[in-house]
Design a protein around this ligand. Structure first.
Ligand code: ZN
Length: 319
């Protein structure tokens, strides 16, 4: 079959051998009229982060194969079980966050087998990879791009180029190291020498079309930057570069009340919120470990041990 100049919609289907349950991924492929690299885009790594999912769907519908050089492979919703069950972060079958399951295992738990199949059949095709996130149900966040720092100068430079044209103001660099330990998909892909970024726009499990559009603009800008599409790169933001992420996690279960807001600069030892009991009595104050910028705030009061309360970064430089 001559696949040039074609848009294909398909379900990749696998079976979880332990229970016989199906593992299904909706994958759209756009075969460009002219040759070029393959960019892979995955939405719904977290199934209730709808702005990333919407952008993946919009990208599939808006890119015309006639105008594409190379191939665009788009998994619109990776974590379909979470999407269908209104769940934040985790794959319901085993309660695992997919962000810590790659490259997956063929004989693992449900989410490890999912990761294995996505890795084998979708991520393995990538010359470039963008993982779309959109702020899950219990979190508010300010849009950012996460760049893994792999130590491979050529790869890291391409990663920076992709991040810089995404047209999102906050760019975070996080050192990553090759390891046998499972990690997020974009980290593992980058460590294989394939430029990969994670992008966040949207929050609190809400489908907000403006936040989805931020992703779509960024994705199109990357295609133009990589020479896969013609067009004008949209550049309307001033960028701030941040260092590696630190997350404040809850040491206890209880009722969380935040006192800080997104994009707030908070000083070391300042109280960022408190955990109360279900009658309103304070159990614990949560303080900043360092001076930093707040990028993610847990907005759900329901908190368990180890849940992220606040994510913060230090500012390295402004553009
Ligand atoms: Zn996410």
């Amino acid at each position: 079959m001559d696949t040039r100049n074609l848009k294909k919609r398909e379900w990749l289907e696998f079976t979880f051998q332990n229970t016989g349950e199906a593992i299904r991924f909706p994958v759209g492929t756009i075969y460009g009229k002219n040759p070029g690299p393959t960019m892979v885009v995955v939405g719904g790594m977290h199934g209730s982060e709808f702005c990333g999912i919407q952008a993946a769907i919009d990208l599939f519908n808006e890119v015309d194969p006639v105008n594409l050089r190379g191939t665009l492979v788009i998994c619109t919703i990776y974590n379909l079980p979470a999407f269908q069950n209104h769940m934040g972060f985790v794959v319901p079958q085993d309660g695992r966050n997919p962000g810590g399951t790659f490259p997956g295992k063929l004989n693992g738990t449900f989410s490890e087998v999912m990761a294995h199949h996505l890795n084998e059949h979708v991520l393995s095709q990538a010359d470039y990879y963008v993982e779309l996130h959109g702020g899950d149900i219990p979190e508010s966040l300010t849009p950012f791009v996460m760049c893994p720092l792999t130590g491979n100068a050529e790869v890291d430079q391409k990663i920076d180029e992709m991040a810089e044209v995404y047209n999102i103001p906050l760019i975070i660099h996080r050192p990553v190291q090759a390891s046998d330990k499972p990690a997020s998909g974009f980290t593992k892909v980058a460590l294989r020498g394939v430029p990969a970024i994670l992008t966040e726009s949207g929050q609190q499990g809400i489908l907000n079309m403006d936040d989805a559009k931020v992703h779509l603009t960024g994705l199109k800008n990357i295609l133009i930057k990589l020479g896969m599409m013609d067009g004008q790169i949209m550049n309307t933001v001033r960028r701030t570069y941040l260092d590696a992420r630190a997350a404040i996690r809850s040491p206890i279960a209880g009722y969380w009340v935040p006192f800080v807001h997104l994009n707030q600069k908070v000083a070391k030892d300042e109280v960022v919120g408190e955990i109360r009991d279900y009658f309103g009595a304070r159990l614990m104050e949560i303080r900043m470990p360092d001076d930093a910028l707040v990028t993610v705030v847990r907005t759900s009061p329901s908190v368990g041990v180890g849940n992220v309360l606040v994510e913060l970064h230090s500012i390295v430089r402004h553009e």
